[in-house]
Write a protein that binds this ligand. Structure first.
Ligand code: UDP
Ligand code: MG
Length: 317
């Protein structure tokens, strides 16, 4: 029988933690009873430098339940890095991991189906949202625009899949060999290449607390996702430049012809507009190129993506 670890990144989640822990423990117990996973399976809560009582709650839960494990990160490193820290920690001690957000907006009822698909031969099983009726209109449209935009920009990601997924030990080991700092798991996981499968579920509203992904974070997440996976924006800038050069050649020919026909060139406003316009285009293009140069700079430092403060592991006590 295979050992399952559920990995849950938590940032300021004291409001949802007690009920999430309880529900996840119930899932683990149920799967153990059905003999689908081994008795030493559990849940790893990764505390991503929370400023509230999240870590205290995790430590208490660790003491009172043999299914609860805790990983305390030294400082806030963001959802993606926290999740990676969790996966890297469990990859050597378990056979299967399931990652899920602490607010349990994703349906824990399909974890069993994910495990079944793992036994059927899949190394990676994506949880895919079949509907987002309970998200606010704003969240739904921004998120969906995001997935479509990513696809248009050439990033290979699974539509309507967040970070709710099952991974086998070898998939996690493969993942740990991707060293980039600009981490966008949804884009990297499909690159691994092992056999994948999907389960479908309806996304629920957040039980308590508020979203840790305000618009600003979502935009920077999208920007990171695109610039870490595709150089299409630079291509677009180049194509745009070429079109403008072509237009200016046409304009030049037109001016020459009107000169020979005796027309005078009217006013300087058109001139000013084009100078401003081209200046703007140049600055914008420079900015995009600069983003990539900046990323290269950040990657070249090869700094660690997270540091571990403490690991509460039942395997060691
Ligand atoms: N999270 C984290 N570090 C952060 C921000 C968020 O570990 O800096 C966790 C958070 O606790 C939750 C998950 O990432 O488990 C997703 O966050 P949230 O539910 O707020 O995002 P949303 O569902 O609104 O996109
Ligand atoms: Mg959420």
């Amino acid at each position: 029988m295979k050992r399952l670890m559920i990995v849950v990144p938590c940032y300021n989640e004291e409001e949802v933690f007690p009920s999430s822990a309880e529900q996840l423990i119930a899932v683990i117990k149920d799967l153990i009873k059905k003999e689908k996973i081994s008795g030493d399976s559990g849940i790893l809560f990764v505390n991503d430098g929370s400023r509230d009582r999240t870590w205290e709650l995790i430590s208490e839960a660790y003491k009172s339940s043999k299914y609860v494990y805790g990983l305390n990160l030294a400082g806030n490193v963001g959802h993606q890095n926290a999740l990676l820290a969790g996966l890297n920690t469990v990859k050597d001690i378990c056979d299967i991991s399931v990652s899920i957000d602490a607010d349990l907006q994703d349906d824990i009822g399909v974890i069993e189906e994910m495990v079944d698909k793992y036994y059927a031969g899949a190394d990676i099983v994506y949880g895919v949202r079949s509907e987002r009726g309970t998200d606010s209109f704003f969240k739904r449209t921004t998120a969906q625009t995001f997935y479509k935009f990513m696809a248009a920009m050439g990033v290979r990601s699974v539509y309507n899949h967040a970070d709710f997924r099952l991974m086998s030990a070898r998939a996690m080991k493969a993942l740990s060999r991707y060293k980039e700092r600009n981490l966008f798991l949804r884009g990297i996981v499909p690159e691994i290449g092992y056999k994948t499968d999907c389960v479908y579920y309806a996304r629920k509203p957040r039980m308590a607390g508020e979203s840790k992904y305000p618009l600003k974070k979502m935009l920077s997440f999208a920007w990171d996702g695109i610039t870490s996976f595709s150089i299409k924006p630079i291509t677009i800038v180049a194509v745009f430049g070429a079109i403008i050069i072509f237009c200016s050649v046409i304009a030049f020919i037109y001016t020459l012809i009107s000169h020979f026909l005796g027309h005078t060139v009217p006013g300087w406003s058109s001139l000013m507009i084009s100078i401003w316009f081209l200046g703007g285009v140049q600055l914008f293009s420079l900015g995009i190129v600069g983003q990539y140069v900046g990323k290269t700079y950040i990657e070249s430092k090869e700094r660690p993506r997270y540091n571990i403060e403490e690991f509460l592991d039942h395997g060691k006590d």
